[in-house]
Design a protein around this ligand. Structure first.
Ligand code: PLP
Length: 241
């Protein structure tokens, strides 16, 4: 397995173990502070660009859910571990000619933003596997970003996806523009939560709000995140996103 990030900053095994404990502490403190149920927020470890040794250190420290952005790198890692205890989430942008590998190897996809992709994922999901869990990605504040649908497009995309048999819509995902101010961090997360609550009136089974990263996880938890996606705070800095 190549270490694709020739990066001197990846945390050591000891640092990863300590960082995970610290992040779990941050999550439970935020759950308490914002009156969320204990353990209602799941920690997803974003291991993109990081070597398998770093992932192994996280596994040894009790982490079982991992997220990856780059498909080839991700599939190599998933096959390297070949461990049915691990849950793999795809959070990168999806090219339509790459859906088969995603449908075969992952448990979750957070970045579905067009019906064509959803249809291919459903068709290509192997029949012996349970339906692929998906989140619809909303472009909530990041005007420059090409990924995610506009809020106005959500109802139609959800309706189109809901008829597909081998995928299961679980909720919404967003990656707002970075902001250092807590109140300003909360605004797009609140907007996503309101969209989610509205969608739940038609689809009461929806249970997932995937929002919040290293810099804004408290704001996301305050606004109802059920999954936070944390990379830097666990594994160290990256040379690229
Ligand atoms: C990289 C990435 C993350 C993790 O961000 P950190 O700031 O390293 O915690 C979360 N979500 C998505 C979609 C990402 O691409």
């Amino acid at each position: 397995m190549k270490d694709i990030d020739k990066n001197i900053k990846t945390n050591t095994e000891e640092e990863i173990s300590a960082a995970l404990a610290q992040i779990r502490q941050r999550i439970s403190a935020a759950e308490q502070r914002f009156k969320r149920d204990p353990n209602s927020v799941q920690l997803l470890a974003v291991s993109k660009t990081k070597p398998v040794a770093a992932i192994q250190a996280a596994i040894d420290a009790g982490q079982s859910c991992f997220a990856e952005n780059y498909l080839q790198e991700a599939v190599e890692k998933i096959m390297y571990f070949n461990n049915p205890q691990l849950i793999w989430h795809f959070i990168g942008s999806i090219q339509s000619n790459k859906t088969r590998d995603i449908a075969q190897h992952f448990h979750w996809v957070h970045t579905v933003d067009r019906i064509k992709i959803a249809r291919r994922l459903s068709e290509q999901r192997p029949n012996h596997l349970p339906p692929l869990n998906i989140c619809l990605q909303i472009n909530i504040s990041d005007e420059d970003s090409k990924s995610g649908i506009a809020p106005e497009e959500l109802k139609q995309l959800a309706a189109d996806c809901s008829s597909l048999t081998n995928i299961k819509i679980r909720g919404l995902m967003a990656m707002p523009a970075q902001d250092s101010d807590f109140a300003r961090q909360r605004a797009p997360f609140r907007q996503l939560r309101l969209l989610f609550t509205e969608l739940q009136s038609s689809y009461p089974e929806l249970d997932t709000l995937s929002m919040g990263t290293t810099n804004d996880l408290e704001a996301a938890i305050a606004e109802g995140a059920t999954i936070v996606r944390i990379g830097t705070a666990i594994f160290g800095a990256r040379n690229y996103q």
